[in-house]
Design a protein around this ligand. Structure first.
Ligand SMILES: NC(=O)c1ccc[n+]([C@@H]2O[C@H](COP(=O)([O-])OP(=O)(O)OC[C@H]3O[C@@H](n4cnc5c(N)ncnc54)[C@H](O)[C@@H]3O)[C@@H](O)[C@H]2O)c1
Length: 356
């Protein structure tokens, strides 16, 4: 890379400063501006980074000073209008998760990126996490055998959103991880939940996803749990593994444990179960802050014009799954098909679409 990419960041609330730090530390990027409607946040950013020349309330000022890329870390319902404006002004855009609050808004961003021929990326941070890469490798190389099921738990106490439920907030992480691990998209979901603190805005949701391969996955998402947990269990026919993102060192443990049902006779359908107990191993996972890898990837895509690993279509697919989850919640929890619409150009066809 010759010239550093000129980056503007919109939204400096809870998450924005993490993005600002990572772009400031990236040698191939220069943060030329930060925009936030809240003057207290602007004051805070100025005190942390006096070297950033444009700390402003209006994101259009960032477009006027000239940027190669804009990062959108504002509330979810504002992502699409800000991103479309930036793409039309000629900037590449990284949009935080959830990519959008409707698949129509997600498609608007994809269309704008296509028309402007600009990079569009979604911040599915966990797909830049080396523990997730290790897990995917274990599944792809069949180290775990055939996958029986996956269980994901992402719970803790708040931050509560006033209008969008916990699935819009925490769901993009697990849904994007599951689709990435299995290399396919769920064709059906069912979900039940409850809004304990705000009626109609579920703070606890249990989601079941069914994939074309027949694998079932489950995600428990909650803003109302005493203990912060980020755990994914993958149970295979040969081995089982537990990925605990809160664990500082041994993030992945592989259990050489399995059970086989052996038919005892041909005439009676009776089974006996053979249990295997082996070692528990924690493979070495080189740690790099996932957000650093994500920001670095965005800068690289801006410089080369490459399609991001988590492009707009990846963002759209996750939004389509979340919309199906909302339909199931409103319908009382029955299974509903995931409706995958037109996919734009850079298609990541991870699996069979609902129309196929
Ligand atoms: N990838 C992750 O792991 C991760 C983690 C946390 C949050 N997020 C996402 O980051 C985004 C921001 O979340 P947050 O928790 O920081 O929210 P927040 O409410 O704390 O901050 C949002 C900020 O955006 C500002 N803002 C709102 N509209 C604006 C506009 N039009 N122009 C400029 N500034 C505007 C607000 O003043 C506020 O400071 C959300 O999409 C959230 O889901 C991602």
């Amino acid at each position: 890379m010759t010239e550093p990419m000129r980056i503007g960041i919109v939204g400096a609330g809870y998450w924005g400063p993490n993005l600002i730090r990572n772009f400031v530390e990236n040698p191939n990027a220069t943060v030329v501006g930060v925009a936030d409607l809240n003057v207290d946040r602007l004051r805070h950013i100025k005190s942390l980074y006096p070297q950033i020349p444009n700390v402003v309330s209006d994101h259009t000022s960032l477009l006027e000073v000239g940027v190669d890329g804009v990062v959108v870390a504002t509330p979810p319902e504002t992502h699409a209008p800000i991103a479309v404006e930036c793409l039309r002004a000629g900037a590449g855009v990284l949009v935080e998760k959830p990519f959008a609050t409707s698949s129509a808004a997600a498609r608007e961003m994809i269309d704008a990126a296509e028309e402007a021929d600009r990079v569009l990326m979604v911040g599915h941070t966990f797909l830049y996490n080396s523990a997730v890469h290790t897990l995917k490798e274990m599944i792809a190389t069949e180290e775990l055998g055939d996958i029986h099921y996956i269980d994901a738990v992402r719970v803790g106490l708040g931050l509560f959103h006033p209008t969008h439920n916990v699935v819009w907030d925490l769901g993009p992480h697990d849904i994007s991880i599951l689709m990435h691990l299995l290399d396919e998209m769920p064709y059906s979901v069912s979900a039940r939940g409850v809004g304990c603190l705000q009626e109609g805005v579920e703070d606890i949701v249990y989601v079941t996803l069914t994939f074309p391969s027949g694998i079932m996955a489950h995600a428990r998402l909650s803003w109302l749990d005493p203990s912060k947990t980020r755990r994914i269990t993958v149970v295979g026919s040969r081995k089982m593994t537990l990925y605990d993102d809160v664990e500082p060192i041994e993030k992945i443990r592989v259990y050489d444990k399995s059970v086989e049902a052996i038919r005892r006779t041909d005439t009676f359908g009776e089974f006996q179960f053979a249990y295997h107990y082996g070692s528990i191993v924690s493979p070495f996972v080189r740690f790099e802050e996932p957000l650093k890898a994500e920001c670095g990837h965005f800068v690289e895509c801006l410089a080369t014009g490459a399609t991001p690993m988590t492009d707009g279509v990846n963002g759209l697919r996750v939004v389509e799954v979340i919309e199906a989850v909302q339909r199931s919640l409103r319908a009382g929890g029955g299974p509903v098909p995931v409706a995958y619409g037109p996919s734009g150009t850079a298609v990541h066809e991870l699996g069979r679409s609902a129309e196929a």
